[in-house]
Every structure is written in structure tokens, then in C-alpha cells.
Design a protein around this ligand. Structure first.
Ligand SMILES: Nc1ncnc2c1ncn2[C@@H]1O[C@@H]2COP(=O)(O)O[C@H]2[C@H]1O
Length: 157
């Protein structure tokens, strides 16, 4: 039996501008849906401001690629999502693969759909704390929906 608090874990996932341009939105959403995770918030095709992106990537501000990263992320629309489920932060990272697609195994999103680290199609929070911070940066609380998933009893023990 799974505790409610575990199932309520949330992560922030963003399909980056290259993922949108390369028509990977449906494929990526499908993978998370079929896994059994619940989509509780989504903003499709939002043009993120540089201000938001600078805050989102604040921990990387001293890295040489920071400026390039902010420019890349603001170069087109992104799909921002919040997915919910047991251990979703860790499992989503496994599904996404390594930061560098060249080190990502086939079967992962980056392993299957991209080649270079500077165009790695998707972002996923790296910890529960980062997820909470990123979700509050991209979404207002009322934009997230606590809906009852009828399939949940077929997903969790
Ligand atoms: N060496 C690098 N060169 C360019 N971009 C990078 C490099 N390392 C990390 N990044 C980007 O920085 C992002 C940080 O987290 P993401 O999962 O969004 O994916 C990463 C890449 O898009």
C-alpha cells in the first residue's frame, strides 16, 4: 500500500524549444502518461522570458554556457508541465536520460531523440526541492489541478 504523500510528489518538466520545433511534444507526453504519471498542470507553447529563465537556471549563472543556455531556452515556445506520482522526480530523470545525450542510453528521451548537450530537448527537475522551486516559478497554485485519476488503483498497490 502506497502512502498518499508519496503519490503526491511532483516534478517540473519542460519540453525545450528544439523539442517543440522537432514535433516531439506528443511523443514525450505519451511516455509520461503511459508510465502512469498524472499531468496536473501544463502550459503549452509558452514563450519564456529571459528574466524567468535566468531565475530558473540561477545555479548555473557562473558556467560558461549560461548566456547561451538562456538564449536557447528563449529562442522559441516551450511546453511547461507538472507531473505527479510516486518517486516522480527520480523516475522522470531516468526516463529523460543523462544531461549529455551522448551518454544517454537508448530508450531514454535524450538517448532516442537528440545528440548534443546544448540541444537536449527536455528539462526535468533534479530533486524534490528543485521541483518545488521550479513549479512555483512557472505556475501559480490555481493553475495546478488535483484531479482524481480513475486508473490509479491499477497503477499503485
Ligand atoms: N556543456 C554545456 N554546454 C551547453 N549547455 C549545457 C552544457 N551543460 C549543460 N547544459 C545545459 O544546461 C542545462 C541544465 O539543465 P537541463 O536539464 O535543462 O539541461 C542542461 C543543458 O541544456
Amino acid at each position: 500500500m502506497i502512502s498518499r504523500s508519496g503519490v503526491a510528489e511532483r516534478t517540473f518538466i519542460a519540453i525545450k524549444p528544439d523539442g517543440v520545433q522537432r514535433h516531439l511534444v506528443g511523443e514525450i507526453v505519451r511516455r509520461f502518461e503511459r508510465k502512469g504519471f498524472k499531468l496536473v498542470g501544463a502550459v503549452c507553447c509558452v514563450q519564456a522570458s529571459e528574466e524567468l529563465l535566468k531565475e530558473h537556471y540561477i545555479a548555473l549563472r557562473d558556467r560558461p554556457f549560461y548566456g547561451r543556455l538562456v538564449k536557447y531556452m528563449s529562442s522559441g515556445p516551450v511546453v511547461a508541465m507538472v507531473w505527479q506520482g510516486l518517486d516522480v522526480v527520480r523516475m522522470a530523470r531516468t526516463m529523460i536520460g543523462e544531461t549529455n545525450p551522448a551518454e544517454s542510453r537508448p530508450g531514454t528521451i535524450r538517448g532516442d531523440f537528440c545528440i548534443e548537450v546544448g540541444k537536449n530537448v527536455i528539462h526535468g527537475s533534479d530533486s524534490v526541492e528543485s521541483a518545488q522551486k521550479e513549479i512555483s516559478l512557472w505556475f501559480r497554485p490555481e493553475e495546478l489541478t488535483c484531479w482524481e485519476d480513475a486508473a490509479e488503483r491499477w497503477i499503485y498497490e
